[in-house]
Design a binder for this molecule. Structure first.
Ligand SMILES: [Zn+2]
Length: 482
């Protein structure tokens, strides 16, 4: 349900839940012209294939970008590639390969998967290892402002005490109780718990287990910490202050909290502006009702699901069912239901296309306004789907009654195309029919032409056993899933 209802005729503006203020706020970009939007999404750590929980976050980022574009904003979408961190170093050591060879494999798998899921390619996808200069430059700035120091182990740490003494708040995205915290002086790991909050590593001095993975720096050979990578790359590409920063809720602490501390600690934001104006966090994903784990057998990477016969489009559709701030239970039954729901849309769109022919649309925009009213409300996607399935039902009713004309069908299609530019689940295409099925349909057609009806029937049975039926349409036979 929309959070607010207004008198008819009054439009509510686009608004998002901002983790920084813990409230739903109107979205107003920093750009004085109101059109340009800078958006940074924490990208993959390329040490393995991204799992379905990660994909929920990336599809959410894609939805935000597409919706902003739908609203007429000109978005600059940046997604980093973390190709150096603790986990990668460990895996590279185990795999006995070079860093680039190892990360390159998972990086290209990530981009393949991104495409399979119908996500638009971000405008920039910077690699951390190609921004060491920006990273060390940022650390130097923090050192010069007294917010960072070199410890006896040779590593450089961020000083939370100095940051707080400068009147800054550490603990903006999450509440931190400094009195109850364990007295830990500093933490070298990229990931740690809230209770162990401590000075965190910006630059890690070269250790024996790092092997050949190190870079020179003013503080000696070493490598960057994970958090500083995102601060350096986001500010380089979007400026010291930008509009939107997205990520999974698991990144809120310490990763995003540390990004704020580093970026605002280094300064450079225009007066009165923050490092990031709106922080959006996507919720967790459960699989079959449980937290994903390899031992429970519910840990899926994208290729596992494709191997079970689902398409990227069906997986994307399912990931887009729940509101981004709700924990979502991803199930194989849900994927079956997604397949069926998409087929309902496809059938409707196909019929509309047949009726529309080359007619011009008549400018009806009812679906678009219902859809955007829902999504303006902190991306109320259920409301958006509700409008779409009402529209499908109404179209089907009118098509069945023969009470729709070609121009109305054309305008229904035009609306669908606009809405689908946001959802990205695509119109049905011939490509959705696997090549082996298309080949069988053609063979059956040839057999019929040759009057070999026995062979044609045998092929029809074979198609049926594979889950396909043949429908004869004015444009020739078409394969349809059972
Ligand atoms: Zn990040």
């Amino acid at each position: 349900m929309p959070a607010l209802t207004l008198a008819a005729g009054l439009k509510m503006p686009l608004r998002f839940f901002n983790t920084l203020t813990r409230s739903v706020q109107e979205f107003v970009p920093l750009d004085p012209s109101g059109s340009g939007v800078g958006m940074y999404c924490c990208g993959p750590t390329v040490y393995d294939f991204a799992h379905i929980g990660n994909w929920r976050t990336f599809v959410f980022g894609d939805l935000v970008r597409r919706y902003l574009e739908f609203k007429g904003f000109s978005v600059q979408h940046v997604m980093n590639i973390t190709d150096i961190d603790d986990k990668i170093i460990k895996r590279v050591g185990e795999a006995k390969s070079s860093l680039r060879e190892f990360t390159g494999k998972f990086e290209s798998a990530f981009f393949d998967d991104l495409k399979t899921l119908g996500c638009l390619l971000p405008h920039k996808t910077p690699r951390a290892t190609e921004h060491i200069e920006e990273i060390t430059g940022l650390i130097e700035k923090l050192m010069s402002r007294g917010m960072a120091y070199r410890a006896t182990d040779g590593s450089v740490y961020f000083s939370i005490e100095k940051y707080r003494e400068a009147g800054r708040q550490y603990g903006q995205l999450v509440k931190l109780n400094f009195d109850e915290m364990r007295a830990t002086e500093r933490v070298r790991n990229d990931e740690y718990e809230k209770e162990a909050v401590a000075d965190f590593a910006l630059w890690k001095a070269r250790a024996p287990e790092d092997g050949e993975i190190f870079w020179p720096s003013p503080w000696g050979e070493g490598r960057p910490g994970w958090h500083i990578e995102c601060s350096a790359m986001s500010m380089k590409l979007l400026g010291s202050s930008f509009d939107l920063h997205l990520g999974g809720e698991d990144l809120m602490f310490p990763h995003h909290e540390d990004e704020i501390a580093q970026s605002e600690g280094a300064g450079g934001q225009p007066s009165g502006q923050r490092f990031v104006k709106y922080w959006l966090h996507g919720a967790h994903l459960l699989v079959e009702g449980k937290k994903m784990s390899k031992s429970l057998g519910n840990f899926f990477v994208l290729r596992d699901l494709l191997g079970k016969g689902f398409t990227g489009r069906e997986i994307r559709f399912l990931l887009l069912q729940a509101h981004y701030r709700e924990t979502f239970n991803f199930t194989l039954d849900g994927l079956q239901a997604a397949k069926a729901a998409l087929m309902r849309i496809d059938e409707c769109v196909t019929k509309l296309r047949e009726l529309a022919g080359t007619s011009a649309a008549n400018g009806d925009s009812a679906l678009i306004s219902q859809f955007s009213d829902a999504l303006d409300d902190d991306l109320n996607i259920s409301g958006g789907w509700g409008a779409i399935f009402d529209w499908v039902r109404e179209n089907n009713r009118r098509l069945a009654e023969n009470s729709m004309n070609a121009s109305e069908a054309a305008s229904a299609l035009a609306m669908w195309n606009k809405v689908d530019a946001v959802l990205g689940v695509g119109a049905p295409t011939e490509l959705d029919v696997p090549p082996e099925i298309t080949a069988l349909v053609e063979q059956r057609q040839a057999a019929r032409k040759a009057k070999d009806f026995k062979r044609a029937d045998a092929i029809r049975d074979e198609l049926k056993s594979k889950g396909w039926v043949i429908e004869d349409t004015p444009k020739g036979p078409k394969a349809k899933q059972l």
